[in-house]
Design a protein around this ligand. Structure first.
Ligand SMILES: Nc1ncnc2c1ncn2[C@@H]1O[C@H](COP(=O)(O)OP(=O)(O)OP(=O)(O)O)[C@@H](O)[C@H]1O
Length: 270
């Protein structure tokens, strides 16, 4: 089920100067890749380019051996699903109805009824996100965390081998952040789904991703396992802050602790 995608020599812009340049990025099939970096460093633009929602100024993106541009829309929607930051909430739509939208790429143009396969996929997505008890509630009556899980469930019902998630943990409390990230981990480990996820929390990225790409000023400044990518030097280069990087005593993954306060000035000599 894993899908392979790689970008080579990408330049991305919004009409003016490029916001990302010289981007080479391959996502390892069946693994979770975290994209991290400061605000405005180009993470969302890059993710949108991988989803063909943003046209690169130059460079190429290859999905399962074919140029991304060669795919017909429905074909592409069966390969990859993309979850944007803060999607708009459709009025009156229930969780189950939203999740069922994820099945559209698999239904015929004239399809009026859902197939057994559709029902099974919706049920699986509701199970995976533990949303069965809320399935008949309107989306606008859910908490932010519940709603976020519903959007993820919709992306899952699409049953693609590549999932692109833009800040899926925003607005969630720590418990739901962990829940969403454990789910992402499970999708890769148990279902072989290739995942790229934009995250702001560096320690969460290190804890849940197999590899990380650190962006700064539109360039990838570090790429590798969390231990390779999350170092004092790369954090300083990308974010301009001082940190101490240690190892999580339980998992061994790197954990960074920012230097929260300026050091106290040394007392004046008497
Ligand atoms: N639609 C747009 N039109 C013009 N400029 C844009 C547009 N979208 C993004 N930009 C600019 O492109 C640059 C990269 O933005 P992008 O959203 O990719 O960064 P990001 O790393 O995802 O940021 P954040 O962490 O704040 O979400 C920023 O300077 C931003 O202002």
């Amino acid at each position: 089920m894993s899908v392979e995608i790689s970008a080579k020599g990408l330049t991305l812009g919004h009409g003016g100067d490029p916001v990302a340049q010289d981007i080479d990025l391959s996502l390892t099939p069946g693994e979770v890749t975290a994209l991290v970096g400061p605000n405005g460093s180009g993470k969302s633009t890059l993710l949108r380019a991988l989803a063909r929602l943003h046209t690169p100024d130059s460079g190429a993106i290859v999905l399962d051996g074919r140029d991304l541009d060669a795919y017909k829309p429905r074909e592409l929607a069966r390969k990859l699903s993309f979850l944007t930051q803060s999607p708009l909430i459709p009025a009156g739509v229930t969780v189950r109805e939203l999740v069922a939208y994820g099945r559209h790429p698999h239904q015929g143009v004239l399809a009026r009824s859902t197939s057994e396969e559709d029902r099974e996929a919706v049920g699986w997505a509701l199970d995976a996100t533990r949303l069965h008890p809320l399935a008949d509630r309107p989306l606008d009556q859910l908490s932010g965390g519940e709603r976020q899980r519903a959007w993820i469930a919709m992306a899952l019902a699409q049953r693609t081998g590549l999932l692109l998630l833009d800040e899926p943990t925003t607005f969630l409390d720590i418990r739901y952040q962990i829940e969403v990230l454990r789910l992402v981990r499970k999708l890769a480990d148990e279902h072989g789904i290739t995942v790229a996820v934009v995250l702001h929390e560096l320690n969460q990225a290190a804890a849940y991703a197999d590899s990380m790409a650190v962006l700064a000023d539109g360039r990838i400044v570090a790429r590798g396992t969390p231990a390779e990518a999350l170092t004092v030097d790369t954090i300083k280069a990308a974010f301009g802050i001082d940190t101490t990087v240690t190892q999580d005593p339980h998992t061994g993954v790197p954990t960074c602790l920012p230097t929260w306060r300026e050091p106290e000035p040394a007392p004046a000599a008497p």
